[in-house]
Design a protein around this ligand. Structure first.
Ligand code: F6R
Length: 608
């Protein structure tokens, strides 16, 4: 989604802004722009397309003098991607400049109202309403104008604002869209996401909902929605710059695939002590855990897929009924929730609009909530009753890999903790599972060592039209993820099916040479899976199998086999996902796709 960066300080602002926007490219965008204030006038440059165009237009920022500015990458919602709709947006006299993330839901009503008052609009965006509304309320005091604007607009927003009458000040405001401020040696910054300013500072302040920040070269003041001063404490970001850069890899996605052993280890280690599962941040007593009668796992996309896996694990291990729901469905379906329910929301960004809304819906109904979140200090992390962090580090590629893997780990650990407390597994079983978990990072490394084999296979499928992924039980869950990984970055149509369901319609799509990837890691389902594989093979399918080492039986049905190391039956997804991620990556690479920034997609989906 859109990205914001802002700077005020001793350096020329434009290069700092372009540099920050560069780091936000991964969020997905279709146009970009900056506005820089030299103390007399606010000059801007905007361009449709990649940042490179904006760089060329401004000679790397040189053409825009001034030490204070705001920048934006836009992912179109209201109005097509174009120069005119790119941010920053201005009031008519160009004395107020605004960049915006989010959606102003009542923008049409406000726009009509402003048009009646004589305001002229030059773009199709909802953002432009903010610039004119600020102009309408501005009577000499910017803070007052910002406060009045905040009381009028509905929806979500993170805003960076410049007032020409007030050199040396940059305003930042947020509601339901992330925004941080940071202090550096040469000045102060704002950004919608940490990587944008990590090169300059690790000391940040999280602006909370309906708060305002006023940045000057050497100070930052914070205010509430009534314009009253408030105090904030800085938080030190633990990642370093290299964590947010490619470090010699061709793509962030490949780098992040390779970071999985560490990410898994970092998520596991703090929660296994003396062979026991200890999740301090759970905030639930053993009695409270015993009382839970139902768990909802709610999320979107890949995070939802980890929930599908977790359902099998929780139900199998802890014997608690689990319902997994897409956040966009859950929030509108009036789910049956009571005090014995636990709602788990899973999110890498912690800002996904539907997941956040589902969390709020559950909280409003007094249901206990737990967030499994990667981005520290994000909205879901702050609003959930308790938060269990996945320690994947910054994930830049749009297609998730390491965050997915750490979400699985967090869910396994939770299921084990619940099973331990509720007495549905023996200590010996826990010991075996802990042992299996500890081996996962090494086993993932082993799979990564064989990436060339997958690359060779993937190269044969860059011209494929349709690819199917099938599996049963937990393997169905991994098929969902394998299919999404492939289609989102390679643009090849792909579907995941519960293997037994294929013959109820979809098998009619199988033609001579159609690739079917069959995942079979559950020993008790091997035979059933092999029957399903034979069904598609006899209709012409080419069969790729992903299965456990030693299951050579599969070679009778499959045309190509990828073996994964043996692990506990509940944890096989953590290994099977690796070849599937690599397959998606190499097919997309072979097709020449923009792997890290697939078309139409955004890293953090902060709109409904
Ligand atoms: C796919 C992918 C998305 C996200 C989904 C939820 O590779 O990354 O499907 O999983 O948009 O995002 P988060 O986890 O940030 O809530």
């Amino acid at each position: 989604m859109c990205g914001i960066v802002g700077y005020i300080g001793k350096e020329q602002a434009a290069p700092v802004l372009l540099d920050g926007l560069d780091k936000l490219e991964y969020r997905g965008y279709d146009s970009a722009g900056i506005a820089v204030f030299d103390g007399e006038k606010i000059q801007s440059a905007k361009a449709r397309g990649r940042l490179k165009v904006l760089r060329e237009l401004t000679h790397g920022g040189e053409k825009l003098p001034g030490n204070c500015g705001i920048g934006h990458t836009r992912w179109a919602t209201h109005g097509i991607p174009s120069d005119k709709n790119a941010h920053p947006h201005f009031n008519e006299s160009e004395s107020i400049a605004v960049v915006h993330n989010g959606i102003i839901e009542n923008y049409l009503k406000l726009k009509n109202h402003l048009i009646e008052k004589g305001y002229k609009f030059t773009s199709d965006t909802d953002t432009e309403v903010v610039a004119h509304l600020l102009d309408y309320y501005y009577k000499g005091d910017p803070l007052e104008a910002v406060v009045r604007m905040m009381h009028r607009v509905e929806g979500s927003y993170a805003l960076g604002i410049l007032f020409r009458d007030h050199p040396g000040k940059l305003y930042a405001v947020r509601k339901d869209s992330p925004l941080i401020t940071g202090t550096s040696k040469t000045g102060n910054l704002i950004a919608s996401d940490v990587p944008a300013i990590l090169k300059y500072t690790r000391d940040v302040y999280f602006i909370q909902n309906e708060e305002i920040a006023c940045l000057e070269e050497d100070s930052i003041h914070f205010y509430n929605i009534d314009g009253e001063p408030i105090e904030k404490e800085a938080v030190t970001i633990q990642w370093d710059v290299s964590a947010a850069e490619k470090a010699g890899y061709e793509h962030f996605m490949l780098k992040e695939i390779y970071e999985q052993p560490k990410a898994v280890l970092d998520t596991l280690n703090p929660r296994i002590r003396d062979g026991k599962i200890e999740i301090d941040e759970l905030g639930m007593s053993d009695d409270e855990i015993k009382k839970i009668k139902k768990i909802y796992i709610v999320a979107c996309g890949s995070a939802y897929h980890t929930g599908v896996t977790a359902k099998y694990v929780f139900e199998g291990m802890a014997r608690i009924p689990v319902e997994v729901d897409l956040a966009s469905e859950f929030r509108y379906r009036d789910p049956i929730l009571d005090e014995d329910t636990l709602l788990i929301v899973v999110s890498q960004s912690g800002e996904t609009a539907d997941t956040l809304a589902a969390l709020r819906e559950a909280k409003a109904r007094n249901v206990r909530t737990l967030g499994i979140v990667n981005v520290v200090g994000s909205s879901i992390a702050r609003e959930a009753d308790n938060v269990m962090y996945t320690w994947a580090g910054p994930e830049i590629a749009v297609a998730t890999t390491k965050a997915y893997s750490t979400q699985l780990i967090a869910e396994y650990l939770l299921a084990m903790k619940f099973a331990q407390v509720r007495g549905t597994v023996t200590q010996q079983e826990i010991d075996e599972m802990v042992e299996a978990l500890k081996q996962l990072p090494g086993q993932i490394e082993l799979l990564l060592d064989h990436k060339e084999k997958i690359q060779r296979f993937a190269n044969r499928y860059i011209a494929a039209r349709d690819i199917f992924f099938i599996g049963r039980g937990i393997d169905y869950a991994i098929s969902l993820e394998g299919s999404l990984k492939l289609k989102e970055i390679s643009y090849i149509h792909s579907e995941a099916y519960a293997a037994g369901e294929l013959k109820h319609g979809t098998i009619s799509l199988i033609e001579e040479g159609t690739l079917v990837a069959a995942v079979l890691t559950q020993e008790d389902l091997y035979k059933k899976m092999i029957s399903n594989m034979v069904e598609v093979k006899t209709r012409g399918a080419f069969l790729l199998a992903v299965t456990n080492m030693g299951n050579t039986e599969v070679e009778k049905a499959a045309d190509y086999v990828i073996y994964i190391p043996k692990t506990h039956k509940y944890f096989t997804n953590s290994l099977a996902v690796i070849p599937l991620q690599l397959f998606g990556y190499y097919v997309a690479l072979g097709k020449g796709c923009d792997v890290d920034k697939p078309r139409n997609l955004a890293k953090s989906v902060t709109v409904e």
